[in-house]
Design a protein around this ligand. Structure first.
Ligand code: B12
Ligand code: SF4
Length: 447
């Protein structure tokens, strides 16, 4: 039997396909390959940089789907189904909207693959694929027999991914921000892998630079403490995503630094406490004092922070978005993302905007032929959707401008800590600067 795994791209630019130069290894496909019985041949195609060879013979195609890639995923599924090949769709978007996904596949898979993947493969082999597999979410990389599984990283060979290994320690997060799809998928909890498994996974591959793709690696601070103890003797460097409340735990901050942490993506979201309340961003709301304490702790521990902001709340104005950029420049964050508040399907934010009649693009921006990447998909309160789109684009352009890059680079305490951190800063800053402009207004899907 031959299985084809696919990671879809988001879409295309006006005159050419979008090639993602900052692409990372698709960890979920490595995990699916790891869960697959040894007698099945596995190939992987990454639509973010290569053409999909639709006519290559295969018995089953499995596509991972996020909301941003749903339109393209359905196009790819249609191509294979035209050729009589069975297609199964899975991933977060399929779990959020199973009824929609069902219309584009022979079978759908909700939840984590771990417990029912082998059953699904067996069914496909016997030509009796079920229309739907509902599987629980939980601790990653333990198969239906309770065996621990490592991702099969050989499927990434030769595809030009960034030189970092993606791994996952925890899945899920204890918070429940109103816009976040993760809470809908996992509920309000984090599922933890065993630390010795993480150590084994790091040892099993060559790289010393790890991206833990945890939703919030600081969701369980006790577990993070144990992880840091295990990582310290391994002499790796790592980055992840963490909620800001971790800065209140100074011993843990020191441990993170000692264990090789270079910094985290951190959701600042807004500099306006009313917007934070609106977003139910509980890790940021308590004792809000314009992040002065949090930022000083991050700097004290040499963390090169990737500050993530979400713009478009009911209290936001064009001026407040400009102030958010000034805030990021003043604090010289190594990196920053200015994301438009997005109504992801099945989130409380989506329901609220739907009830208020504020959703644009027929309430399904992810499938709409007119929708473009980084466009507002709802009517904000204090500006128009177009003004929000433009203000966010201006914010990204300002933060990624050359004067801003130089100002951030010359931050001795953060960027100039070592030659390797300097090199990493330049490599990724220039890459993000390029990608931000390439992605803007990209169309979804290829048709
Ligand atoms: C790492 C990551 C990234 C990395 C990309 C990594 C890569 N390889 O390219 C970076 C930082 C670049 C990134 C970028 C973006 N991301 Co991102 N990212 C993640 C994150 C944190 C982890 C994903 C991961 O690798 N998990 C590890 C694997 C093992 O777990 P998994 O994906 O859940 O897969 C399991 C199951 O879902 C299931 N499964 C998955 N696929 C399939 C397929 C089949 C056939 C089957 C049977 C099962 C199955 O089985 C797997 C094993 O259990 C997720 C959060 C999350 N919880 O999903 C957000 C997440 C996917 N990202 C999100 C977003 C919005 C983005 C951006 C659009 C942000 C932006 N505005 O630019 C971009 C662009 C995404 C794109 N498609 O290009 C959202 C998507 C929301 C949604 N509804 O789709 C998420 C859920 C975060 C969130 N808080 O909402 N992201
Ligand atoms: S802290 Fe981050 S991962 Fe957790 S619910 Fe909020 S946005 Fe989602």
């Amino acid at each position: 039997m031959k299985l084809t795994l696919i990671k879809p791209t988001i879409g295309r630019q006006e005159h050419s396909l979008y090639i993602d130069e900052g692409r990372m290894e698709p960890l979920m496909l490595g995990v699916l390959a790891g869960l697959t019985p040894d007698d099945v041949d596995v190939v992987m195609h990454d639509d973010r940089m290569e053409n999909i060879p639709y006519d290559d013979p295969t018995d089953l195609v499995a596509i991972t789907v996020e909301t941003y890639t749903a339109r393209r995923a359905y196009e790819i599924a249609a191509e294979y189904r035209l050729r009589g090949v069975k297609v199964v769709l899975g991933g977060i978007h399929v779990s959020l909207l199973p009824e929609e996904a069902m219309q584009h596949a022979d079978s759908i898979f909700t939840g984590d693959a771990e417990t029912r993947w082998a059953e699904m493969i067996e069914d496909a082999r016997r030509h009796r694929l079920k229309p739907r597999y509902d599987s629980p979410v939980g601790i990653g990389q333990i198969n239906h027999c309770g065996h621990r599984v490592l991702p099969r990283r050989e499927i990434y060979q030769g595809k030009g991914y960034l030189p970092m290994s993606l791994m996952q320690f925890s899945r899920g997060c204890r918070f429940a921000c109103k816009f976040c799809a993760v809470t809908q998928y996992f509920g309000r909890r984090a599922y933890l892998r065993q630390i010795d498994e993480i150590v084994r996974e790091i040892e099993q591959q060559q790289r010393k630079f790890i991206f833990f793709v945890d939703d919030n690696i600081a969701s369980d601070q006790k577990a993070l403490t144990e992880l840091c103890h295990a990582l310290t003797p391994m002499k790796v460097n790592w980055i992840s995503q963490a909620s800001l409340d971790v800065t209140k735990n100074r011993p843990l901050m020191s441990l993170m630094q000692k264990s090789g942490c270079w910094g985290n993506v951190m959701g600042f979201e807004s500099i306006n406490p009313l917007s934070l309340k609106d977003a139910k961003k509980s890790p940021n709301i308590k004792d809000f004092a314009h992040y002065v304490e949090e930022i000083s702790v991050l700097r004290e521990h040499g963390m090169q922070t990737w500050a993530a902001f979400t713009l478009g709340y009911d209290h936001d104005t064009i001026e407040s978005i400009e102030q958010t950029v000034e805030f990021a420049l003043k604090n010289r964050f190594a990196f920053a993302a200015y994301n438009i508040l997005m109504p992801y399907p099945n989130t409380p934010l989506y329901t609220q905007l739907q009830q208020q009649g504020r959703l644009l693009y027929d309430q399904q921006w992810w499938l709409h032929p007119e929708y473009r990447f980084n466009q507002a998909a709802f009517t904000p309160k204090l500006m128009t959707a177009q003004q929000l789109t433009d203000a966010c684009h201006d914010a990204r352009s300002s933060f990624n401008s050359l004067p801003s890059i130089i100002r951030r680079f010359s931050d001795i305490r953060m960027t100039l800590q070592s030659l390797s951190r300097m090199a990493t800063f330049w490599r990724y800053t220039l890459l993000f600067r390029k990608e931000v402009h390439k992605k803007h207004q990209m169309k979804f899907g290829l048709k």
